[in-house]
Write a protein that binds this ligand. Structure first.
Ligand SMILES: [Ca+2]
Ligand SMILES: [Ca+2]
Ligand SMILES: [Ca+2]
Length: 321
């Protein structure tokens, strides 16, 4: 690098740094503190549809299945998904008939089960490639679908031993009671992790379909276990100092605040050391702060604050007139 290029680069960097530091004092700069998250919480929701699963009606649509809805709007608003698992209590006398789908409030589908033991070619209930796994499910021994299980739902009734007709998964032969989702040809997510970041609040649906005649079952109940989190709720304060250029507090400066979170602007005077504060401001709103004083002028008398959590350094610098 020759000297002229080096000088040019140094000049560009210096200009950029001046711009960055000047931006920190710019009246129109928006001050956005890091959003604080409340701790993750785990909630379990249960529904008891106790409904017969229509026999041999499944055609790939939710409308051809037995569906049950769980409303999670009791969660704090907003809440986003960190983790999901599902437990299903149902009976059936031939699990190879079954397709089970979870639908999130955003409409995202995860196939938990897709005709175990059948290597299906399409999610339409029309496969002729055999009938799949022949073992049973009973209501008293519910199965859990969870990303951390060691066996795939496609292998239910076949691992660690292949159960016979009349034997029951999670009861006989040391077969597991927990399985990872096996969507097969079901369009959508491949595991529960795909829901991370989605809105946790709303209607979650679990739907069970049957693709072969004869063997039937009942959709008794299901439990949705949701881990979720969100920003800290409610109100937060904004405070700061009004200072002269030497860093001394300016007393009796008038500070006002307005914004959509409060119905009328609020006013306050700084104390003798220049401190002021506004308490109980709804978070999630943008506020306009402005300052004035009889003896001082302010190059930047206003500032915008996106309030997500407590702000303690909304300072103003004044020059004596
Ligand atoms: Ca399958
Ligand atoms: Ca079997
Ligand atoms: Ca059937």
């Amino acid at each position: 690098m020759n000297l002229r290029i080096l000088a040019c680069v140094v000049s560009i960097i210096a200009t950029a740094m001046v711009a960055i530091f000047a931006g920190g004092r710019n009246a129109s700069a928006v001050y956005s503190p890091k959003t604080a998250l409340r701790p993750m919480q785990v909630d379990m929701f249960t529904a008891n549809p106790n409904a017969a699963i229509p026999d041999n009606t499944y055609n790939g649509t939710l409308g051809s299945m037995s569906c049950s809805t769980i409303d999670t709007t009791s969660l704090p608003n907003p809440s986003t998904v960190n983790d999901v698992s599902v437990q299903v209590a149902m009976s059936h006398t031939f699990v190879g008939d079954l397709t089970i789908k979870l639908v999130s409030p955003s409409g995202t589908i995860l196939g938990l089960v897709s005709r175990p033991g059948v290597n299906e070619t399409a999610d339409n209930g029309n496969d002729t490639a055999g009938f799949g796994e022949n073992s049973n499910l009973v209501i008293g021994s519910p199965l859990t679908y969870i990303d951390t299980a060691s066996a795939s739902a496609e292998q239910m009734g076949r691992t660690p031993v292949d159960l016979s007709t009349g034997q029951t998964i999670c009861v006989d032969g040391g077969t597991p009671c927990s399985y990872t989702p096996a969507p097969g040809t079901v369009a959508g997510l491949s595991n529960f992790a795909g829901y991370v970041g989605e809105n946790a609040r709303g209607n979650w649906q679990l739907c069970i379909g049957d693709s072969a005649s004869a063997d039937t079952g009942t959709f008794s109940s299901w439990t949705l276990t949701l881990t979720s989190s969100g920003p800290t709720a409610a109100n937060a304060p904004i405070s700061g100092r009004v200072l002269d250029t030497a860093g001394r507090g300016i007393g009796r400066a008038l500070v006002t605040i307005s914004g959509p979170g409060i119905t009328t602007p609020r006013l306050t005077l700084t104390n003798p050391f220049g401190y002021y504060s506004f308490n109980d401001l709804p978070v999630g709103e943008t506020y306009v702060l402005s300052v004035s004083s009889k003896e001082y002028v302010f190059a930047n008398p206003t500032r915008l604050i996106n309030l997500n959590d407590s702000v303690t350094d909304a300072d103003f610098i004044g020059n004596i007139q």
